[in-house]
Design a protein around this ligand. Structure first.
Ligand code: NI
Length: 136
């Protein structure tokens, strides 16, 4: 019997959406306000969903402290209060769209989570703009 457990987290970060192969005009045309040269910020909210069997001895799928610590070490310490374009190696050459951020977050957490669990990430860039990875 599989159950999903979800841990929420959040981090604040600045970014700019930009394709260095394009002119300033083309970037502004495609990315609009998100291409603002001096960056802008978001309060990102994260839902980390872990799916697995209930352990008969603990009654847990996973101790949520483990998930909390992975998020803290891999995501919050890396991205919270950072400029994603300038301060992180993950987005030095990768446009920090919500789509790219959710895939990076998945990969970072996946690398630390026991392979027996399924993992799904939902990232809220705003209340109305949400991305999920992987897609079922
Ligand atoms: Ni933005």
């Amino acid at each position: 019997m599989k159950v999903a457990v979800i841990r929420r987290a959040s981090f604040n970060a600045a970014h700019k959406l930009w394709n260095a192969d394009w002119t300033d005009e083309k970037n502004k045309e495609v990315f609009g306000l998100c291409a603002n040269k001096n960056y802008h910020g978001h309060n990102y909210h994260l839902e980390v969903k872990v799916i697995g069997e209930i352990d008969a001895t603990t009654g847990y799928v996973i101790d949520l402290k483990i998930v909390k610590d992975i998020i803290k070490n891999e995501i919050e310490e890396r991205f919270d209060h950072k400029n994603l374009n300038l301060d992180t190696k993950e987005f030095a050459d990768l446009n920090p769209t919500a789509e790219n951020i959710v895939v990076v977050i998945y990969d970072l957490i996946r690398a630390k989570l026991d392979a027996k669990y399924e993992l799904f990430i939902k990232l809220y860039e705003t209340e109305k703009n949400i991305v999920e990875y992987p897609v079922k």
